[in-house]
Design a protein around this ligand. Structure first.
Ligand SMILES: Nc1ncnc2c1ncn2[C@@H]1O[C@H](COP(=O)(O)OP(=O)(O)OP(=O)(O)O)[C@@H](O)[C@H]1O
Length: 705
């Protein structure tokens, strides 16, 4: 069934879902699903039926009325009903099919660049066409490129939709219609679930399930303006629920972690002169201050829970290095957990360079190690010879036994779940709970950080290392791709190094990898005198490693990459970054990517290429990137520009893995929620734990709320 295109069935209508299915069931058991679809859905973090409920539309399309061409503004999305006048194939630059049609008053040109003969013939003169897409007004009048369309022989056969059409983020092999059908089943299952019938105090109406239905299947009389702006009561209800659950879980987490004693590490930053000698630079004032804050925490008898916030390239790794050195000197082990293997390897390289000469034994745990090598590493960790252990979340598999773990450093916390953070408590020896240091490059104002990360104390590195020249950013349409290549050729001749980042909207490593391979191939052909490398998420770790090492060593001059390099990759000699389809990325992601250059003293450039035509928001985003390199300013602009587009259900790229709420946008709602959170913990612990379970997952096994 397709919930979005028909009038919504009343809540509770059976969509043919087996009565035995619960919200915890795996999605593969839903009608029409199966293991294959289920494996695809995993890319969207959907494994259980309940996850579908909270996979919310990130925007809506309004196809409820046919628009008149003369009332439209440039760049508007519109549903049109027009009559075909003629269709012809032309060669103007590119082979294209141009369909000319009119809506009674004005003319519209529709262009297709990919088309077949049958399609060309289908646009017979006099037929009616229903088209949905972006309308552009150029010199030749109104125009649509590749709209979604339906043809009919009479106008009456073409109707508008009864409701707003929800649009979900997708992955390969999963269409909007498919997802809508699955979500409709999930809503039916939820309507039989007792937990959803429970009324929750404090929170405003509508109740959760009604809110979910209103969002997934908006009624025909919904206040569309509110829904499109993300201010509908149903949306606000979910935002409040999620923020409340978040406040609750942060409180529980802090209480639980700090209920145990911690290893006491007295360091007085003794290791610093020795460390400084290894670094080859003097830490900035901000780094020194934050290192002192961390050292003070480590000397306490309760575990540290500290967030270190610093803009891209501000030098957070140095803080981690100082803390881990202090732990080693006091006879303890540390773990550094990175979000990707690529970063784990890079940290291992950097830290080995700084810390190995000081007698610190570093162990890198990565996938694909031969059994004998892995066993040797595991036994060095269990036996205590390894002082610093680096890896992805795999460092906390059951097979990894620590000897004296006292400090866990988590790089980029939003990829690390709350339950996992809580479980760290059990990893220390003799009932001691290790200290936790979280590092993030997400710039948010300090006061807000303290509210959002209610479980953490916050330190900010608000100073960049000296001698950095700001990155010069240029914005170019991809018709000028050739020029960009010429520039790269010239730059590589001067022994400069560059990244070329391929981006796609689709959430799929596979497609992204293919695109990157194709670009690498093309660049190799067009720039025969430049050595081109390639890294993407589907490569074997050893191959990625080899490419990164070669890039770092300067043997590769131009590194084609997917957004795997977004977080944290550090090659100071790389001074040019080209980002393809930059208009598709959010500001935060562009800022992270651009942060990969401008890390050395050389003047750096970032070329943002886009596929015209640009929407107004995309244009404003790219303009922001051109005008500033300050992460806080960019975050502020990001918020202003977000507008009615991406409202709910963005992928969890945000700060702390929230699905619906945006703590920066929704900041003013938080104070009330903090009061409720305290009250719920005191008066309604079972409700608190159920709300946490609904939004965050099962943390009960780690202790009582
Ligand atoms: N005080 C300093 N003076 C000079 N260079 C520094 C200083 N601190 C760090 N660096 C260098 O700056 C680069 C960036 O440091 P680091 O990788 O720790 O940044 P980061 O804060 O983790 O950035 P990102 O969030 O982008 O990963 C590294 O090459 C590092 O060696």
């Amino acid at each position: 069934m397709t919930g979005g295109t028909r009038k919504a069935p009343p809540r509770g209508t059976r969509s043919g879902v087996p009565a035995s299915l619960s919200l915890d069931a795996e999605v593969q058991f839903l009608k029409g699903a199966g293991p294959h679809l289920a494996s695809r859905l995993r890319a969207l973090d959907i494994t259980q039926v309940r996850h579908l409920l909270f996979h919310l539309p990130f925007r809506y399309e309004d196809r409820r009325h046919f628009a008149a061409l003369h009332g439209l503004v440039d760049g508007a999305e519109a549903l049109l009903r027009v009559r075909v006048d003629r269709a012809e194939v032309r060669y103007t630059g590119r082979r294209q099919l141009i369909v000319t049609a009119h809506d009674g008053d004005d003319w519209l040109r529709i262009r297709f660049f990919h088309f077949g003969d049958a399609q060309t013939r289908s646009f017979a003169s006099g037929r009616w066409l229903r088209a949905y897409g972006v309308v552009r007004f150029g010199q030749g009048g109104a125009e649509m490129i590749h709209p979604e369309y339906t043809l009919a022989d009479s106008a009456d056969e073409l109707r508008a939709e009864a409701q707003l059409t929800p649009i979900y983020s997708l992955t390969t092999g999963v269409t909007q219609a498919r997802l809508r059908g699955l979500i409709a089943q999930a809503l039916d299952i939820a309507s039989r679930d007792a937990a959803f019938a429970e009324s929750l105090p404090d929170l405003p109406q509508p109740a959760t399930l009604d809110a979910l239905c209103a969002i997934h299947r908006p009624a025909s009389d919904v206040d569309a303006a509110q829904l499109l702006a993300g201010t509908h009561p149903a949306q606000l209800r979910l935002i409040d629920e999620e923020l409340l659950a978040h406040q609750l879980v942060m409180r529980v987490l802090r209480r639980q972690v700090r209920s145990r004693p911690a290893p006491v590490i007295r360091s007085r930053i003794d290791g610093m002169p020795a460390l400084q000698a290894q670094l080859g630079f003097v830490p900035t004032g901000a780094q020194t201050r934050v290192i002192a804050e961390v050292a003070a925490d480590l000397s306490q008898t309760r575990p540290m829970l500290r967030l270190v916030q610093g803009d891209v390239g501000s030098g957070k790794t140095v803080v981690a290095a100082a803390a881990m050195l202090a732990a080693k000197q006091a006879g303890w082990q540390s773990v550094l957990m990175a979000p990707t293997e690529l970063l784990a390897e890079q940290h291992a390289r950097n830290l080995a360079q700084w810390l190995s000469p000081l007698g610190v034994h570093i162990a890198l745990l990565k996938s694909g190690l031969k059994k004998s090598a892995r066993d040797a590493t595991l036994s060095a960790i269990a036996g205590g010879e390894a002082n610093v252990i680096i890896g992805t979340h795999a460092v906390f598999q059951a097979s990894v036994q620590f000897s004296r773990l006292a400090l866990v450093v988590v790089d980029e916390q939003h990829r690390f779940g709350v339950g996992q953070r809580l479980s760290l408590r059990d990893k220390g020896p003799d009932g001691l709970s290790p200290h936790q240091l979280v590092m993030t490059a997400t710039p948010i104002p300090r006061t807000l950080a303290q509210t959002i990360y209610a479980d953490l104390d916050v330190s900010v590195i608000d100073e960049l290392p000296p001698g950095r020249t700001p990155v010069l950013t240029v914005v170019l349409g991809n018709t000028r791709r050739h020029e960009v290549m010429e520039r790269l050729r010239a730059a590589c001749r001067q022994s400069r190094q560059a990244y070329w980042v391929c981006t796609l909207i689709e959430v799929s490593d596979e497609v992204e990898a293919q695109a990157a391979e194709a670009v690498a191939q093309q660049l190799t052909e067009e720039l025969p005198d430049v050595s081109v490398g390639l890294v993407h998420g589907r490569m074997k770790s050893a191959d990625k490693d080899a490419q990164m090492n070669a890039f770092k060593a300067g043997e590769i001059q131009l590194l084609v990459a997917t957004t795997v390099i977004e977080v944290g990759v550090d090659v100071p000699n790389a001074s040019i970054m080209v980002i393809e389809n930059a208009e598709r990325l959010g500001l935060a992601q562009l800022h992270q990517l651009r942060g990969r250059v401008g890390r050395g003293s050389r003047e750096s450039q970032c070329v943002l290429m886009y596929q015209p035509p640009l929407s107004d928001t995309a244009r404003a985003r790219l303009q922001t990137m051109r005008s500033t390199t300050d992460g806080f300013e960019i975050a502020q602009r990001d918020l202003e520009l977000r507008g009615p587009g991406e409202i709910l259900g963005r992928r969890q790229t945000g700060l702390i893995g929230l699905k619906v709420a945006d703590p920066v946008r929704d900041a003013e709602r938080i104070p009330a929620l903090q009061v409720w959170a305290d009250r719920w913990l005191e008066q309604h612990p079972p409700l608190a734990s159920r709300l946490i379970e609904r939004w965050v997952g099962d943390i009960k096994r780690y202790g009582q709320v």
